[in-house]
Design a protein around this ligand. Sequence first.
Ligand code: NCD
Ligand code: ZN
Length: 344
Amino acid sequence: MSELIITKPDDMHLHLREGAMLKYACKDTEKQFARAIVMPNLKVPITSVNQAENYYQDIKKINRDSNFEPLMTLFFTNALDRDEIRKVSDSSVVHGIKLYPSGVTTNSDNGINTIENCFNIFELMQECEVPLLIHGESNDKSVDIFDREKVFIDRHLSGIHSKFPELRIVFEHISTKEAVDFVIGTNNKVNATITPQHMLLDRNDLLSDGIKPHHYCLPILKRSEDRLAIIKAAVSGSKNFFLGTDSAPHLRHQKESSCGCAGIYSAVCAMELYASIFEAENALDKLENFSSKFGADFYKLPYNKLKIKLIKQEYQVPRKINIGTEEIIPLFAGETLSWQLSEI
Ligand code: NCD
Ligand code: ZN
């Protein structure tokens, strides 16, 4: 196949940031995606529907010339109350609530330490059918970083799912075989987003032959067997797995540092990467459901009317993206990919 036309995809896990970065992140994403679930982990997290509506307007202003539609989320803090859940349930702008165990990743200090204290809110979310989006890693610093996802499943996620079997959960950016198996074992209520980096890279790509700060993200890249299990899930045709890039820009100097930030910027070439993975698995016919339908089904959204075209033609990923005097280094910067997005 040398050309593929599919419904314009949705990125169901995206960091757009704020200030100067917002403009660049939006520009790359709107070419590839019609809509995106926008993460709320700004420096001051988005904790109310009111704040989410303001952030929505900021994003819409930047995208004045496009039809890009941001799908907003709230950041789950200890102060989240039942009234706010009802507001979310009535809101057409906010589509879910993101729970970060406190301190587990970038800008997550205001997250949750004792998940059991959230059970009364989970109960109401279940009743109101508000999706719970979870960064599924343990924040127990004594747990080995490569085991934090598995430990989170055992200590928290399986309990949450058993206690609230109808709660609609997205297990974000899964990185292990255990996470794939867990999702498969639930009754369709637990779904997962899959990033390009967790299908294309493993921990050798991060740590062998020199440390690669631009491959550092959380959950951290795992073993090759995990990577293969995630690919298998993505191309399986199961509607419980859908696209979420977790594209998360950080300035170059913040990544190339003695204490570098976690987050990989893939928005500039996301669909090219997913296409190459699905092609290698002989599963290009499954790409549209994974990218443009299963996520929409989960969030109860109509399918997009617009289409995108991908052509089998070499494409060089930009070496960097200039933001004023600063820069962002995208995933696979300067490398040649075999697919490219084209005008339709
Ligand atoms: C994300 C970020 O930078 O906001 N970083 C990352 O490594 N994925 C946060 C997150 O999703 O964990
Ligand atoms: Zn993320």
